[in-house]
Design a protein. Structure first.
Length: 166
């Protein structure tokens, strides 16, 4: 995690928790010519616009006072959403056994996107159970097998949970 994100997270976490929310993540990104500080908050009942406004009002002055970010930026407060980006070990731990979509920088078995079950993780890798389906034309039945694939964390461009809409 970049230093700005770490500093901001350490600064605002107690404020956010004191308001009754949990801090899911902090991201500082440049998009085009603009910089964004994105703060993702959560609570069991979900996040409303009023929750975002309350957190915004509570952290704006202290962020300005500490001045960790020298560039002009936009502050965005939001929910992590129903399909959540996994960036931290805590995110991985909380989602073991859940369905994830992994986007890769370099393909694995000719695929740059894999969907499967997050089975485990360590400092360097994640382990995803992938369901493989194959049609046996002679028997006319579909067989399904599950393989666990080890993915180097450096090869992951994005990993997020997958919500089953059915």
């Amino acid at each position: 995690m970049p230093k700005i994100e770490e500093n901001v997270e350490t600064l605002i976490m107690p404020i956010i928790e004191n308001l009754g929310y949990s801090l899911y993540d902090v991201q500082y990104v440049k998009e085009g010519k603009d910089y964004y500080l994105r703060v993702f908050i959560d609570k069991k009942e979900g996040i409303s616009l009023e929750d975002c406004e309350k957190v915004n009002n509570a952290i704006t002055d202290i962020l300005d006072e500490k001045n960790y970010i020298k560039d002009q930026y936009f502050l965005e407060i939001s929910s992590p959403g129903i399909e959540r980006v996994l960036r931290k070990d805590k995110h991985f731990k909380d989602n073991i056994g859940k369905k994830v979509c992994v986007s890769l920088f370099k393909p694995i078995e000719k695929e740059k996107q894999l969907i499967g079950t997050l089975e485990n993780f360590d400092e360097n890798s994640i382990y995803v159970g992938i369901e493989n389906t194959s049609d046996n034309k002679n028997i006319k039945e579909k067989t399904i097998s599950k393989d666990t694939i080890q993915i180097d964390r450096k090869n992951i461009s994005l990993i997020k949970t997958v919500y089953d809409w059915d």
